[in-house]
Write a protein that binds this ligand. Sequence first.
Ligand SMILES: Nc1nc2c(ncn2[C@@H]2O[C@H](COP(=O)(O)OP(=O)(O)OP(=O)(O)O)[C@@H](O)[C@H]2O)c(=O)[nH]1
Ligand SMILES: [Mg+2]
Length: 324
Amino acid sequence: MNRCLGCGAILQSKKKDEIGYIPKEKKEEKLCLRCFRILHYNDLKMVELPKEDILNTVNEKGEYAFFLMDFLNMNKEVISVYKKISIPKTLIISKVDYIPKYINKEKIKSWLKEEYGIKEEILFASAVKNINMGSILKTLEKENKKSAYLLGFTNSGKSTLLNHIQENSTITTSLVPNTTLDYIKIPISEDKYLIDSPGFQYQNPIYKEDIVLLKKINPKTFLKPITYQLKKGASIVIEGIIRIENKNEKCNMTLYMSNLLDIKKVYEKNEIGKEYSCKEISIKKNQDLVILGVGFINIKNDAVLNLYIENQNGIEIRNSFFER
Ligand SMILES: Nc1nc2c(ncn2[C@@H]2O[C@H](COP(=O)(O)OP(=O)(O)OP(=O)(O)O)[C@@H](O)[C@H]2O)c(=O)[nH]1
Ligand SMILES: [Mg+2]
């Protein structure tokens, strides 16, 4: 059975619209049409994943797991999936290259341990900037394991990391949710290998099928957090689809999210974003308002906010790691 070298799907030449399709005459190339189009034309086609249970497979067959979670997506939904992994594991905070330098990583570690009850080792890594790549192999050696699954939500950087550890690896990487469609086993030393896996999906992503928005959500470079001071009645509007209105006297907030997003301050007369469902939330000084899949907003003083968003389940409030 031949598999696509880019996404791991089983190659087939019968159904053009299904995963793993490769024209008969191209069969030697071992790259499905979808991966070929992502690579050469940046053609971003989303597909529905077969409903296979990744966690069951890993918990039944795995020796070890590395779970990737990027800085902007450290939240309950992601961590609850991490906690369901029952085999030995390490948590990797990926894409560390875009975390602002002034943020103390040790604080993040102790916060993850205390706030979310993480007990295992936590590493920070960046495939793009080659930070801490060696620690993966070292961990496997230390733990005396032959193989490990790379797990994480879609876009957390699993395939990119694997391509950097093993230069001969040609797994397709992109911003399309579910770029990787099946397990891909790649040797990383004489007797050890890593297994790339399909990513987990958010229950309530705000991007849905919107690839343009998805591209903006994912930061390309160093994050530059922006601080806003909102008077009573003033709002922050993010991409016209999230509106946060201040109901008290004054509210200071700092936004940690991609600088490619269109963010503006508006006043009461501007109706933008008010078509979405509204919920009043009380938030304490130094808590974060987390927008799942997008990033978080650190609130500097006790506040009451009106939050307008299509799906209120995409929101979480947590204690921040800043004032620890
Ligand atoms: N800044 C930065 N971007 C990264 C890094 N690693 C990956 N990316 C980007 O993140 C996006 C997703 O990367 P992938 O490696 O395809 O993510 P994945 O976890 O394999 O995603 P799925 O296969 O969909 O589950 C790509 O646009 C990468 O270029 C990193 O270390 N730093
Ligand atoms: Mg992948």
